[in-house]
Design a protein around this ligand. Structure first.
Ligand SMILES: C[S@@+](CC[C@H](N)C(=O)[O-])C[C@H]1O[C@@H](n2cnc3c(N)ncnc32)[C@H](O)[C@@H]1O
Ligand SMILES: [Mg+2]
Length: 217
């Protein structure tokens, strides 16, 4: 259901034909309408997206990291809420998906606000600070392979890429789920956690949730 490799070119084509160039909110709406009515995709979606938006606004971040860009949907959502001098760095392992995301982000006019970093997270993270000129991230959205959430959060800690007060939002903590990540953040005195129950993207009856963890080492 979630790994149709032909979805990204289809959504790109749909956006190009139906969305308004340079209108990021319209691009997001066009993607949501398509995913509700034609086919489901693994974007965070509009329902959990509203939870992401709220946490993002509360954090008011300057440097944002996303792990798992896919077609650029969540990066575009966050880009609408960015402060003037702020930027999103989003890591994507698949070059096919990264190509599509770049086209959609540019179509929406957000290419200066969102930078895609191509490669596997564990290969990108060790050099990200130097490459991107960022010391620490203020907000992190984790939404890639569920079994890697914990590993990559520990990597962010060990590399010193998160600071006192950094907000970490993790998607799909119920479905597909990331039990080892939840166990780690909830039992660590370094994180203050809040769970946001919701539904799986573009589904009305499957439970999912996001987990917010504030880093307080
Ligand atoms: C759920 S999708 C991201 C959805 C996106 N955040 C959104 O809401 O629009 C997960 C993405 O993570 C990518 N991914 C999986 N493992 C990865 C890794 N180790 N490093 C970087 N990207 C990875 C996949 O190729 C896929 O595009
Ligand atoms: Mg997700």
């Amino acid at each position: 259901m979630f790994h149709d490799e032909e979805f990204p070119p289809r959504i790109l084509d749909h956006v190009m034909k139906n969305a308004i160039k340079g209108d990021v909110t319209n691009v997001i709406d066009v993607i949501d309408k398509y995913c509700w009515s034609v086919e489901i995709a693994m974007n965070v979606g509009d329902v959990k997206g509203a939870i992401l938006d709220k946490s993002f606004l509360e954090a008011s971040p300057k440097n944002v990291l996303e792990i798992g860009c896919y077609c650029g949907y969540s990066a575009l959502r966050m880009s609408r809420l960015l402060k003037e001098d702020a930027k999103i760095f989003t890591i994507e392992a698949s070059s096919q998906y990264a190509d599509v995301a770049q086209e959609i982000i540019s179509f929406a006019g957000m290419e200066k606000k969102v930078q895609i970093l191509r490669g596997l997270s564990d290969e990108v993270l060790p050099t990200i600070a130097e490459k991107c000129g960022v010391r620490t991230f203020d907000f992190v959205f984790i939404d890639h392979a569920k079994e890697l959430y914990k590993r990559d959060l520990i990597m962010l800690e060990n590399l010193g890429l998160i600071r006192q007060g950094t907000t970490i939002m993790a998607d799909n903590v119920i479905f597909p789920g990331c039990p080892d990540y939840l166990e780690y953040v909830r039992n660590s005195p370094k994180f203050e956690c809040t769970n946001y129950p919701s539904k799986l993207e573009y589904c009305e009856n499957r439970e999912d949730a996001m987990e917010k963890s504030i880093y307080l080492p």
